[in-house]
Design a protein around this ligand. Structure first.
Ligand code: NAI
Length: 329
């Protein structure tokens, strides 16, 4: 069976090709993002593999269905880029990789918190430039600080544990509290309390209609002045323009992002030779207290290997009509 892999980067080629030795699919790597236009590239009757910023909306699915594509494998955990109803209506089965390495994302979240708090990128650049001044590099002890975690699923529970091991007072919010975290000493509280009482807030819930712009102007107004906000979940969890205002007023003391609302137009490509047209993103880059990585929290050898194996297993299962717990229903 032919499998068209969209948004394919070198690391995708490497890991999927290695994993495919066990499966024997004919892999076609497409550098373009999947959308209603590029969907035409998929050969009739093939399967399609898509990534986080591919457009798997109704228009794309219509084109795929017309080409008799019946299987779509998302090589990511989140599926907010997918129109689930349209896929169901068109009879296209879709699977995802619910868990590949929650450690990868949790550890990156912690890396952002530590690097932002202790100004590591600025310090690194200064020292390379022969500037050994410490002005402006004051951080704070994490030990004893109140840390909020919104969403304590696979990733958030690890973030909570890591922060707990750093001796933070961890307060979490989730629709389903995790008893193992509670036995560790993590306290669950309503969202309002988590957002208004903690020194660090990490967003680790999925993007849903309920969580869209969970951090907006009204919420920011209630946050503890100088709070650090960290988002490795999905860009749409925060209203970025409101967060820019929060940074300007000082209500938000610092910001770390691995995801951005409009990242589909920016991330995963070298745009260093282009004029940056996104004014909100450009404004974010201008703050000394903002640290942004371009959706790389998942990018470890272990995670890529696990993603590749599960993705190909999903294709094999769906193509054979077998049930899989990874199917998006
Ligand atoms: P998960 O499904 O294991 O956990 C999500 C948790 O959020 C669940 O416990 C759920 O009850 C909770 N939740 C759902 N709605 C909520 C709400 N309204 N308020 C509070 N909690 C809520 O998912 P996992 O694996 O922990 O991933 C979380 C998110 O992280 C994914 O949805 C994805 O968007 C993002 N992610 C980011 C990556 C990156 O590279 N930056 C990589 C992988 C995932």
């Amino acid at each position: 069976m032919e499998l068209y892999v969209y948004s394919a980067k070198r690391y995708d080629r490497d890991t999927l090709s290695t994993a495919n030795e066990e499966f024997g699919f004919h892999l076609e790597f497409v550098e373009s993002r999947l959308d209603a236009t590029t969907a035409e590239l998929a050969a009739p009757g093939s399967a399609v593999c898509a990534f986080v910023n591919d457009d798997v909306g109704a228009a794309t699915l219509e084109v795929l269905a017309a080409r008799d594509v019946q299987v779509v494998a998302l090589r990511c955990a989140g599926y907010n880029q997918l129109d689930v109803d349209a896929a169901r209506r068109l009879g296209i089965r879709v699977a995802r990789v619910p868990a590949y390495s929650p450690n990868a994302v949790a550890e990156h979240t912690l890396a952002l918190i530590l690097a932002l708090n202790r100004h590591i990128p600025r310090a690194y650049n200064r020292v390379r430039d022969g500037n050994f001044s410490l002005e402006g590099l004051v951080g704070f002890d994490l030990a004893g600080k109140a840390a909020g975690v919104v969403g304590t699923g696979r990733i958030g529970s690890l973030v909570a544990r890591l922060l707990w091991h750093l001796r933070c007072d961890v307060v979490a919010h989730d629709l389903y509290p995790d008893a193992r975290l509670e036995s560790l000493g993590v306290r669950y509280a309503p969202l309002d309390e988590v957002m208004s009482t903690t020194d660090i807030v990490s967003l680790n819930c999925p993007l849903t209609p309920e969580t869209h712009h969970l951090v907006d102007a009204a919420r920011i107004a209630t946050m503890k002045p100088g709070c650090m906000l960290v988002n490795t979940g999905r860009g749409g969890l925060i209203d970025t323009a409101a967060v820019v205002d929060g940074l300007k007023s000082g209500r938000i003391g610092s910001l770390a992002l691995d995801v951005y609302e409009e990242e589909a137009e920016l991330f995963f490509e070298d745009r260093s030779h282009e004029v940056l047209l996104d004014d909100v993103f450009a404004r974010l880059l201008s703050f000394p207290n903002v640290l942004i990585t371009a959706h790389q929290a998942f990018l470890t050898t272990e995670a890529l290997g696990a993603i590749a194996v599960t993705t190909l297993q999903n294709v094999a299962d769906l193509a054979a009509g077998r049930p899989t717990p990874n199917e998006v229903l």
